[in-house]
Design a protein around this ligand. Structure first.
Ligand SMILES: C[S@@+](CC[C@H](N)C(=O)[O-])C[C@H]1O[C@@H](n2cnc3c(N)ncnc32)[C@H](O)[C@@H]1O
Length: 360
């Protein structure tokens, strides 16, 4: 089961995967992999963990041909599940991912690493962020006979969300017909709730993940940048220059994953995600009130920005003072104690006092 792709597919962001191998037997060490690929006339190989350090090669007879009409795959899936649980091989899968990385490092032109997802981590999103940064694997693998992870589980959804955000494929070895049905239903339900937006332009700024950006641009009026709108929308800017302030909605394209609670910088306190302006959210949308200095063709020169260079812009709207602001004592106090958007931070003890209602 090897990957057959042509060079064009590899260089494009999408690729067609025709199979995969496990890092054992013929795919255990670089020398064997080179020989096996040459013999099979295959350029590249998708590799996932196998039986750690095992030289054994498993090959199943083509029973489907001998016994047509029988669900042979299911039989082999049961067999595999039984062997894995009897040998307790699951314990090696984490080391297996690290081993596949070593093989991919040794044979960068031949081995494409896919990460085998297990359910042993507190946060799969954090684990994937961490390992992807180090290993740059090219896809994820669920193996339902080795490590059964329900399609309806939180970890499945979080992994799928992570994969979509990182534009990586997931390859699933399903266990049974009912799982295939479940996956299709899951996908249909998800598609129903999927909304697709395309950027209308992007920010050009001096900020990036290395330099950081103001926590709230409104508090840094000197932070200047440009919004470069796709030229097809140029006419949509007519009359916008009548407004001094505009709302810009944008996509936090560098944000990785999200948690339902967050600890904002400089605060030891845990906040519900939706009570914060954290860039790490299920739909990573940013909202900034920005000063519009001038417009020239499709360029908007702006001040008071907090977005990284290259941030995709989703929408622009005029700020309408009478409908877009409501100053109430409750919000003013909540912002003062919990807003944590200033560099001169409200410290955590004050936050706790506020939450407990002990404020003056
Ligand atoms: C706290 S957010 C506030 C953004 C916006 N005013 C809001 O309230 O939605 C600002 C921070 O987001 C981060 N950020 C800016 N652009 C980003 C991007 N494209 N991807 C991920 N994070 C970004 C920077 O660390 C910046 O300090």
């Amino acid at each position: 089961m090897e990957l057959k792709v042509n060079k064009k597919q590899i260089t494009s962001t999408k690729m067609i995967i025709d199979g995969h191998a496990h890092a054992c037997g013929d795919y255990l060490i670089p020398e064997k992999i080179i020989i096996h690929l040459a013999e099979s006339k295959v350029d590249k190989l998708v590799l996932v963990p196998g039986e750690l350090n095992s030289e054994k090669t498993y090959s199943f007879p083509n029973v489907a041909k001998l016994l047509p009409g029988l669900n042979i795959t299911k039989f082999f899936n049961y067999l595999t599940k039984m062997v894995i649980s009897l040998t307790n091989a699951q314990k090696d899968f984490i080391a297996g991912n690290a081993y596949v990385y070593e093989l991919a490092k040794a044979l960068p032109d031949k081995v494409i690493q896919f990460y085998l997802v297990t359910n042993v981590f507190d946060s799969i999103t954090r684990e994937l962020d961490d390992k992807h940064l180090k290993w740059k694997f090219k896809g994820l693998k669920f193996h339902q006979c080795w490590f059964s992870i329900s399609i309806k589980s939180k970890i499945f959804t979080e992994t799928a969300t992570w994969a979509i955000k990182n534009d990586l494929p997931i390859f699933i070895h399903l266990f049974s017909d009912s799982e295939v049905k479940m996956l299709i239903e899951h996908k249909i339900n998800n598609l129903r709730s999927m909304i697709k937006y395309e950027a209308i332009g992007y920010f050009s700024t001096e900020y990036n993940t290395g330099t950081g950006a103001p926590r709230q641009g409104m508090l840094k009026p000197g932070s200047k940048g440009t919004i470069i709108l796709n030229s097809e929308y140029k006419n949509g800017l007519k009359n916008l220059d009548q407004f001094e302030y505009i709302f810009v909605l944008f996509h936090f394209h560098e944000a990785k994953g999200w948690e339902t609670t967050v600890n904002p910088p400089e605060s030891g306190h845990e906040f519900g995600l939706f009570a914060t302006r954290s860039p790490r959210r299920p739909n990573p949308i940013g909202l900034s009130l920005i000063k519009l200095d001038s417009i020239k063709d499709n360029k908007l020169f702006v001040s008071g920005i907090d977005a990284f260079d290259g941030t995709p812009v989703l929408d622009i709207k005029p700020f309408l003072p009478t409908i877009d602001s409501k100053i109430t004592e409750k919000n003013v106090m909540a912002e003062f104690y919990l807003g944590h958007h200033d560099e001169d931070f409200i410290n955590d003890s004050l936050v706790k006092i506020f939450i407990k209602g002990e404020k003056e």
